[in-house]
Ligand binder design. Sequence first.
Ligand SMILES: C[C@H](O)[C@H](O)[C@@H](O)C(=O)CO
Ligand SMILES: [Mn+2]
Length: 412
Amino acid sequence: MSTYDSAKAQFADWGIETDAAIHRLKDIPISMHCWQGDDVVGFEKKTGNSGGGIQATGNYPGRARTPDELRADLEFAYSMIPGSHRLNLHAMYLDTDETPDRDEIEYKHFEPWVDWAKAQGIGLDFNPTFFAHEKADDNLTLSHPDKGIRDFWIEHGQRSREVAAKMGEELGSACVNNIWVPDGYKDVPVDRMAARRRLEASLDEMLAPKQEKTLMRDAVESKLFGIGVEACTVGSHEFYMGYAIRKGTLLCLDMGHFHPTENVADKLSSVALSVDEILLHVSRPMRWDSDHVILLNDDIQAMANELVTSDLLGRTHIGLDFFDATISRTAAWVIGTRNMQRVLLRALLLPLERLRNAEDGLDYTTRFMLTEEFKDLPFGAVWAEFCKRGDTPTGTALIADLEAYQTSVSER
Ligand SMILES: C[C@H](O)[C@H](O)[C@@H](O)C(=O)CO
Ligand SMILES: [Mn+2]
């Protein structure tokens, strides 16, 4: 009997079909973020830091410096990750010889990405870039008191939405366009309300041109604080939660954007009662929004469990948001993305009916015994089978492939 067949039999004893879980997992797309490949630098013809309170640290060799290098790294990463893929692209990753400012971007500046995505058979998601620009140096963009600056960013946002819609049309898959602005104050502001009213008015104007839902969907991403905006973030959770409910956008929950002890997984079922769709930025904050690569840990497992137990997989877009320049960037992508899939697989293998019955009957002893005893089941064998069916390596073979690729790019 193969290792997988033996694992399958053990899960079957608990009433769980491993083949069904594998089948389901295969079709859950994970939107991998382009910015892990180059430390959030982008391809505009200028230099500068990412700004906006986000910061990749480290100097590991192999950073992608061009769109071609980034695509090569992504192709390698995707070949190591089983299942369905998407790419989450930021506007500052345009691929063109032209030098459009942010308020001049057009679809043509991103066309090479779409051609590549078609060839790869993957979907694209998009983000306007409201940071790493001189007009964002005040840490105020859509909520800036200066109308000229607000208009500049509104134009950028509208153009990004057009780019996203065209991407969705070309690829036959709705493109999620996520709006995150760094706006905030280092010290205690006097008039928070004025700033929030300006942000709301700018968002309204930016989102006014109607876009087809089958082509693109807008999401809004809140944040508790960032470096340099410690006292107040204009786009707080309450701000965007209300905005998303009233305006019908997706709500983006980034795991690093809450108080460090908050359980972000717990928010899913609450939020899902008020918004149709959710976007996740799965990340690992350490003491602050540090964007560490996700581990196979309890926080991420809790997110996956909630997606499955609350039946939210059909209306949640899973995106990743981490960046670490102290380790191989491709290894970070591969291990991080696979970790997301591993927790989803474990969640799909839960003995849900038994757990629900115990809980509904207030039989918390049984619930407790089930969850703990279940932890020893051979999840690794089911994961290995998923990887095998997806033609991707595991264990020492995976590590050897990751090391070989890293060696091939380390002279960059
Ligand atoms: C680069 C991303 O858009 C960015 O990380 C944003 O999603 C965020 O989380 C900012 O803290
Ligand atoms: Mn994020």
